[in-house]
Design a protein around this ligand. Structure first.
Ligand SMILES: [Zn+2]
Length: 102
C-alpha cells in the first residue's frame, strides 16, 4: 500500500476539490459489465467537486491515479484517452527523473 499523505483537498486551476481516499463505485463497460476503477473525478463546475482515489493501490499506481484524475480536473474537456496517455507519460517521467516516495 502506498505511503503518501492523505491530503483532503487540492486546488485544480483555481477550483477547490475535495480528495476522498475511497475506491469509486464500478463503472459499466460498453458491453454492460461492471469494471473496477482506481479513481474518479467530478466535473469542475459541480458543486463541491471531488476526486476519489482507491486507498489500496501500490505507490506508483496511486501516483498515476492522482495524475490521471487531476488531469481530468484541470482539463475537463480533454478526452479519456488523452488524459490516460498524459498520466502514463508523466508517471514514467517522474520515475525516470528519480522521484521517490519515502
Ligand atoms: Zn479518466
Amino acid at each position: 500500500m502506498a505511503r503518501v499523505r492523505r491530503i483532503r483537498s487540492a486546488s485544480m486551476r483555481g477550483k477547490e476539490y475535495r480528495i476522498r481516499w475511497k475506491r469509486p463505485p464500478p463503472v459499466m463497460t460498453p458491453d454492460g459489465r461492471p469494471q473496477l476503477v482506481d479513481g474518479m473525478c467530478q466535473a469542475p463546475l459541480s458543486k463541491n467537486p471531488e476526486i476519489w482515489i482507491a486507498p489500496d493501490l501500490p505507490t506508483i499506481r496511486m501516483m498515476w491515479a492522482l495524475l490521471h484524475e487531476s488531469g481530468h480536473a484541470c482539463m475537463w474537456d480533454i478526452d479519456e484517452e488523452a488524459v490516460d496517455e498524459t498520466a502514463e507519460s508523466q508517471t514514467a517521467l517522474l520515475i525516470r527523473a528519480g522521484f521517490t516516495l519515502v
